[in-house]
Design a protein around this ligand. Structure first.
Ligand code: PRX
Length: 669
């Protein structure tokens, strides 16, 4: 599917009604947001409730330069508020009590589905806040959460926020070791989980896994005092006919059923007024040293940023139905399933299942069922679904869609175009949103009614974000060029520290280039000023002195009509320094043969240059992906080296993929 055009203008029907309807308007706001951030964000803050108003003179204080002292970022110092109050009470008071906050769709289409209004959500949150209080949870305590995508998850998060406890969600695909390590690191007082959940046809026994993690945390020297468990398995359809329910392991006086605890609780709970810079939540993200980093976000700035990016980047209007497919266990779910939508009084779909169950048209069926207007997903999902062609899409009416979003990795133009044509029917804007756990919300992204789109480019910075490209020695790359992507001033939603380790925060993000927050990603600016994320700098490679990113080679490989997915790693090379080692997953019903290998090599040679010619192209029927869909490149590098010492692979969705890859290695020359 060759790209016919390099630029796609927004549909005029979208621009006409959009909050930001032209590039001129975008630039006007953008410039103001950089020149006078205080004024800009003060205006945004007006829509929210502040128990103590901000001091305009202290609206923003920061030091980004490590050579001038400790790094610090403070927004709205002196103001106090409660984010849960702003998301729920404020909306109910503004007349949205009967508006649906969430439509919940289960793993199986026949599972009960449930709609939850803002009023009911507020009541449930208050009741659970009272449960937490009764168990001794206080302001500043950490609460670990390990749950499937069920409504009790946002209820638990907001209950924490209501009483000032800091939630630390661990994606429920992580192993018990990972959960234990994270509960130990944050010294969690309470763990909230569910007995289990179905993922496609597979049951997951979360409580059993939590028990192992609780024991491990104990061995590490930390006791998590209480564990509150949602009874979820019984209320959904058992998918496998021969499934035998397991006993849920239980420890008296430590474990409590959610529904029993909720029974006698008051549906009202006075919110704890929090300082603007009080912690809201922490979320672990992997670090290059292997030890996860507890990224900490605070109250006021995160609220302003989550709310504004959601409204502007998805152009959300009352009556729209928003669906973000990300699990709440990742930052995308925190900001765009929970905080951003609720801050805007939005209606969202929350989905427990997978794109492939019971059939590979499930996404399209859900969009049709709820008449979704904004759909936000990951390139990996798009590429996986592209393999099945157009037929599953055509079974459903997707005409309500306005904005399509992509997040998590660079989207290759092939996938972009497929999304644009077959899902968006060439009428929707695609927002390729670049951001990170650390940034709290979108930082580089198109705006649907304004930005002419280039497939694969995240395009321009969001309000308040000032990107710079630097070369290895810290010299700014102006105009066209490629370099390290860094930011030179804070925006409200950025992280404030790493939990319990401010030094690691400073050294990871602020020491490489003093005066700048370093994303760890590379980017290229084209002649029109568009930014193209080239991938993690750690996935950069240097072949014969040419700096390139694995992502750019992958993008070329996936252009081939027989290729579904490609992953490229670097392998040491005696002459060139490094060379490219490519893993290829062909489309369904396609074979992998010598002809394909030579066509792919030729394609890369043609598109990037002879220096980028891959040395090895290997068949990969499956790629080693985490349950969130991220490719574990570390494993691929080991396969490329024929080194069986792959390390911990417990976070992989399917560990058997690794053996298969070793078997498929072509003989080393
Ligand atoms: O490399 C970038 C990539 O994902 C990284 C952040 O991962 P995480 O903290 O898990 O957050 C993912 C969801 C926000 C970034 O450093 N990334 C994310 N979005 C994009 C992207 N790369 C290219 N284009 C994107 N749109």
């Amino acid at each position: 599917m060759p790209s016919e055009k390099s630029i796609y203008n927004p549909n005029p029907a979208i621009s006409r009604d959009a909050y930001i309807s032209s590039m001129a308007e975008y630039r006007k706001f953008y410039e103001e947001s950089l020149e006078n951030p205080e004024e800009f964000w003060m205006r945004v803050a007006k829509q929210f409730h502040w128990e103590t108003p901000a001091d305009p003179k202290k609206f923003l204080q920061y030091n980004f330069n490590i050579s001038k002292g400790p790094i610090s970022i403070k927004w709205m110092e002196g103001a106090s508020t409660n984010i849960c109050y702003n998301l729920l009470d404020r909306n109910v008071r503004n007349g949205l009590g009967d508006t649906i906050a969430y439509y919940w769709e289960g793993n199986h289409p026949d599972d009960y589905s449930r709609g939850l209004t803002y009023r009911k959500l507020l009541e449930e949150v208050c009741r659970f806040a009272n449960v937490l209080k009764d168990h001794g949870v206080k302001k500043g305590d950490r609460v670990s959460i390990y749950m499937p995508m069920i409504l009790e998850l946002p209820i638990a998060m907001l209950a924490c926020a209501r009483i000032g406890a800091v939630h630390s969600i661990v994606f429920a695909g992580f192993s018990s070791d990972s959960l234990a390590e994270r509960m130990f690191d944050c010294q969690a007082k309470v763990l909230i989980t569910a007995d289990g959940a179905w993922r496609g046809e597979k049951p997951l026994y979360l409580k059993a896994l939590c028990d192992v993690a609780l024991e491990k945390a104990e061995e590490m020297g930390h006791t998590v005092e209480k564990c509150i468990v949602v009874s979820h398995l019984k209320r959904v359809t058992a998918c496998a006919e021969d499934h035998v329910e397991q006993d849920i392991p239980w420890t008296e006086d430590r474990d409590f059923w959610w529904h029993e605890e909720m029974e006698d609780k008051e549906p009202a709970c006075y919110p704890e007024w929090m300082e603007a810079e009080d912690p809201l939540f922490m979320l672990y993200t992997s670090g290059s040293t292997g030890k996860p980093k507890g990224v900490l976000h605070t109250t006021a700035g995160y609220l302003l940023y989550a709310a504004t990016t959601f409204k502007i980047v998805f152009d959300y209007k009352p009556g729209d139905i928003f669906w973000c497919t990300a699990d709440i266990g990742w930052i995308t779910g925190h900001t765009y399933v929970v905080y951003g939508p609720l801050a805007n009084g939005a209606t969202s779909v929350m989905f427990e299942g997978t794109p492939f169950y019971p059939d590979n048209d499930r996404f399209w069926a859900v969009i049709d069922k709820y008449k979704v207007t904004q759909f936000y997903t990951a390139p990996t999902a798009i590429r996986a679904l592209m393999k099945f062609g157009e037929a599953p899409v055509l079974k459903h009416n997707l005409n309500g869609l306005k904005v399509l979003g992509s997040v998590g990795e660079p989207i290759n133009p092939e996938a972009w175009l497929w999304f644009y044509r077959y899902i968006g029917k060439e009428k929707c804007s695609i927002v390729d949103t670049f951001w990170q756990t650390e940034t709290g919300g979108h930082v580089i992204t198109p705006i649907p009614g304004a930005t002419p789109m280039k497939p694969g480019s995240a395009s321009f910075p969001f309000f308040g974000v000032k990107p710079t490209l630097l070369d290895e020695s810290g010299v700014e790359v102006k105009g066209e060029g490629e370099g390290y992507l860094v930011f030179s001033q804070p925006w409200p939603g950025m992280m404030r520290t790493l939990f319990g380790n401010h030094e690691r925060f400073e050294s990871t993000y602020f020491s490489k280039f003093p005066g700048f927050y370093c994303t760890g990603d590379g980017a290229r600016r084209d002649a029109d000023g568009y930014l193209w994320i080239t991938g993690r700098v750690d996935d950069m490679l240097n072949v014969s002195g040419h700096l390139m990113s694995t992502a750019e080679v992958e993008s070329v490989l996936t252009e081939h009509h027989r290729v579904a997915e490609a992953a490229v790693v670097s392998r040491p090379h005696a002459v060139k320094g490094e060379c490219l080692y490519c893993f290829i997953t062909p489309n369904e019903n396609e074979t992998f043969d010598a002809k394909l290998v030579s066509e792919l090599k030729k394609l890369v040679r043609e598109r990037i240059g002879p220096f980028a010619m891959p040395d090895v192209v290997q068949h990969a029927p499956g790629l080693p992906k985490t349950r969130s869909g991220k490719i574990m490149r570390r494993v691929l590098r080991k396969v490329a080296l024929n080194d069986r010492n792959v390390g911990d692979i417990s976070t992989l969705a399917d560990e058997s993929v690794v053996d298969q890859l070793f078997k498929n290695r072509p003989a080393d020359k």
